[in-house]
Design a protein around this ligand. Structure first.
Ligand code: C2E
Ligand code: CA
Ligand code: CA
Length: 408
């Protein structure tokens, strides 16, 4: 049995009274290493310091500046290996959806508590706490320095992988999403969650995006010349959109590669769009005017402001993978999925993509619900461009052999 006083607990809630109340309850249960914060920024500072990093966080969902869902995203970026309990006045369904989301991010969820919090319910969840598994610790990702990443960009150790987006009714390959990886000389294949955040905080994201975009456009041009008119998507960070130069860069690179704007998709994450800065919106609007396609990524994970969705005419909406895989068997996920899909239709967004299609059940579910495009490991994992044609043949064979059902 773990000594409760050794477990570092952090409380995050904008309601000071709630913080006092929870601290008292915890103290009564002998949990005495408790810190409290009334805003996400201060809480993250504590998480960032390895000496003060909490083992367990009790997190309020509804907070004015940084809400709980956004906070979870930052925890994921920081490879937080502790546990989480959600505390909220939101209704059961909202809590369930959020719980699902947290689990999808592979953070250990002990459960959720409704406000007003009852001591018994709190005690029950605390009993579930255990130190992070050994395996987790080993998997803890390495933190890279700015210099290492900067050198990797210059030495072109960052390599584009491509994941297909296919039409659900015909199986036709419509496009690919570019997903960058780091071919690290010692550590091997390093995934973007280990360096995109770093690139953003250290001012390297413009160099990184330029490299990814240049490679993706060259590849698009090669595919085009071999008769494959694929739409090529790249992920754009909010920091890329902070300067009006970005649109010139995109226009210029596309023109040089000879790829028409209609074949270039810029994926922007929904939660990042919530800030009220005007420059990113202007950059997006101008790119759209030039006929580049705009996609809203990870839809459902932030509290989207509908106004923004209306302001920028998005061509594509991507339903977050947390709401796609297993939606066929889970009512709550299904509700989130349906809502996203019908919202996209109401806003006249042309293409809806479901991400995280992992198996045949997921695929058949999309067919029933009339989603346009599917992306996920069931279709293909992200791959190097050299493997694309081989994959395409296998995919066509799977369809022919009826392993992947399509409309007649
Ligand atoms: P994302 O844009 O949401 O990309 C989808 C992620 O889901 C990818 O992770 C992909 O490998 C993974 N995925 C695909 N199919 C499945 C599936 O069936 N099941 C599951 N569980 N996962 C699946 P990846 O490649 O690790 O990328 C993570 C995130 O990093 C991306 O999320 C994107 O936000 C960011 N990212 C990747 N490349 C770039 C880039 O060039 N620039 C920027 N700014 N961000 C990038
Ligand atoms: Ca994306
Ligand atoms: Ca996504």
């Amino acid at each position: 049995m773990v000594d409760p006083s050794t477990i570092k607990i952090m409380l995050l809630d904008d309601d000071i009274f709630m913080l006092k109340l929870l601290s008292l309850m915890l103290e009564n249960l002998a949990f005495t290493s408790v810190t409290v914060h009334d805003n996400g920024h201060d809480a993250l500072k504590q998480v960032d310091d390895i000496k003060t990093r909490p083992d367990l966080i009790l997190l309020d969902l509804n907070m004015p500046e940084m809400d709980g869902i956004e906070f979870v995203r930052y925890l994921v970026e920081r490879d937080y290996t502790g546990s989480l309990i959600l505390v909220s006045g939101e209704d059961e369904r909202m809590l369930q959806v959020t719980e699902k989301l947290v689990r999808a991010h592979k953070i250990t969820m002990l459960g959720y508590l409704h406000k007003p919090v009852k001591p018994d319910a709190l005690k029950k969840l605390l009993n579930k706490w255990s130190p992070p598994a050994q395996q987790n610790i080993q998997q803890t990702k390495k933190a890279y320095s700015r210099e290492e990443l900067s050198a990797a960009i210059i030495n072109k150790e960052l390599v584009n992988y491509y994941q297909p987006k296919v039409a659900v009714n015909t199986g036709e390959v419509i496009g690919v999403e570019t997903l960058v990886r780091w071919h690290h000389p010692i550590d091997g294949l390093v995934t973007p969650d280990q360096f995109i955040g770093l690139a953003e905080t250290h001012g390297l994201i413009n160099d990184l995006t330029r490299l990814v975009l240049t490679g993706a456009l060259q590849q698009a041009s090669i595919w085009q010349q071999s008769g494959l008119a694929l739409r090529v998507a790249i992920n754009v960070s909010m920091d890329n959109l902070a300067s009006l130069d970005f649109q010139d860069l995109v226009v210029d690179l596309a023109a040089r590669a000879g790829v028409p704007p209609q074949k270039v998709v810029l994926e922007v994450t929904e939660s990042q769009l919530m800030g009220d800065s005007r420059v990113p919106l202007e950059v997006l609007a101008r790119l759209r005017l030039k006929r580049f396609h705009l996609s809203i990524d990870d839809f459902g994970t932030g509290h989207s402001s509908l106004a923004q969705l209306r302001d920028i005419p998005f061509d594509e909406l991507k339903i977050d993978q947390g709401f796609v895989h297993s939606a066929w068997s889970n009512e709550t996920l299904r509700a989130m999925y349906d809502t996203s899909l019908s919202l996209a239709r109401q806003l006249d967004i042309e293409v809806v993509v479901a991400e995280g299609v992992e198996d045949l059940n997921d695929w058949n579910f999309l067919r029933q619900t009339g989603c346009d495009l599917a992306q996920g490991n069931f279709i293909s994992r992200p791959m190097l461009a050299v493997n694309f044609f081989d994959w395409l043949l296998t995919w066509q064979k799977r369809i022919q052999d009826k392993q992947v059902p399509i409309d007649d």
